[in-house]
Design a protein around this ligand. Structure first.
Ligand code: HEM
Length: 207
């Protein structure tokens, strides 16, 4: 909500997509053909909410709620020319850094040695740009790791995706809102709005 309030062009595109829809394109762009209020979203609607999905992914890329993850080496491992001895704690992913810069790195906790294995700067990485996910080829593999990666990828990924799309759909179709405080945030390690997130919600008229 904070982001959509700050990015009017993105808000307008999500609204346009939701109403006409990327998700409900069968109904056409005529406002008379919007999904009637009270009609539930269907699975196929969610599958078509492509722009909203990109907005959710870009939000997670820039403001990933999960800081990173640790692993413990169960045996000696050689990787990229480095030996990771059995029993060492390894920070195998720092999601914020990887998502933001597309840096693939390894951090060995016991001797505090941080090794950048690869740094592939994402184009315009500081810009909030959902369109970067239009073309998967422009997003280097394993650079979007908000849900982790590999065999321990978050098993709630699909559920989180659906929750996010449904929530955005209902908030945007039922309310307008404005932020009532400075919208900066800090990390602890989760992102926390420094002044809370007071929002003024105004219900929309049903259509
Ligand atoms: C936006 C929402 C979510 C984000 C960003 C997220 C992110 C993550 C990340 C980064 C990991 C670690 C992956 C790794 O170690 O490589 C993880 C693991 C996990 N997540 Fe999520 N998650 C989300 C929602 C959910 C939901 C909705 C569920 C369950 C319904 C869930 C269940 C789990 C479980 C059980 C694990 C541990 C998997 C394992 O260790 O094998 N997550 N999640």
């Amino acid at each position: 909500m904070r982001l959509l309030a700050n990015e009017p062009a993105v808000y307008a595109a999500v609204l346009q997509g939701i109403y006409t829809l990327d998700s409900l394109s069968q109904r056409g762009r005529d406002s008379q053909k919007r999904k009637p209020s009270g009609e539930f979203l269907k699975w196929e609607d969610l599958a078509k909410m492509k722009y909203t999905r990109r907005v959710a992914m870009e939000t997670l890329r820039i403001h990933s709620p999960v800081f990173g993850g640790f692993r413990k080496a169960l045996k000696d491992i050689e990787y990229g020319g480095f030996l990771i001895p059995k029993g060492w704690q390894v920070s195998e992913i720092l999601i914020l850094v990887t998502c933001f810069f597309s840096a693939i790195y390894l951090f060995l906790l016991l001797n505090s040695l941080s090794i950048i294995l690869e740094l592939r700067t994402l184009h315009n990485h500081q810009k909030f740009d959902p369109s970067r996910f239009e073309n998967q080829a422009s997003v280097p593999p394993y650079s979007f790791v908000a849900f982790g990666g590999g065999p321990r990828t978050c098993p709630g990924y699909e559920f989180a995706r659906i929750e996010t799309l449904v929530t955005i759909h209902y908030i945007i179709t039922h309310f307008t809102w404005k932020l009532c405080a400075d919208n900066s945030f800090s990390r602890d390690p989760m992102p926390v709005p420094t002044q809370g997130l007071p929002i003024q919600l105004v219900p929309k008229k049903p259509f």
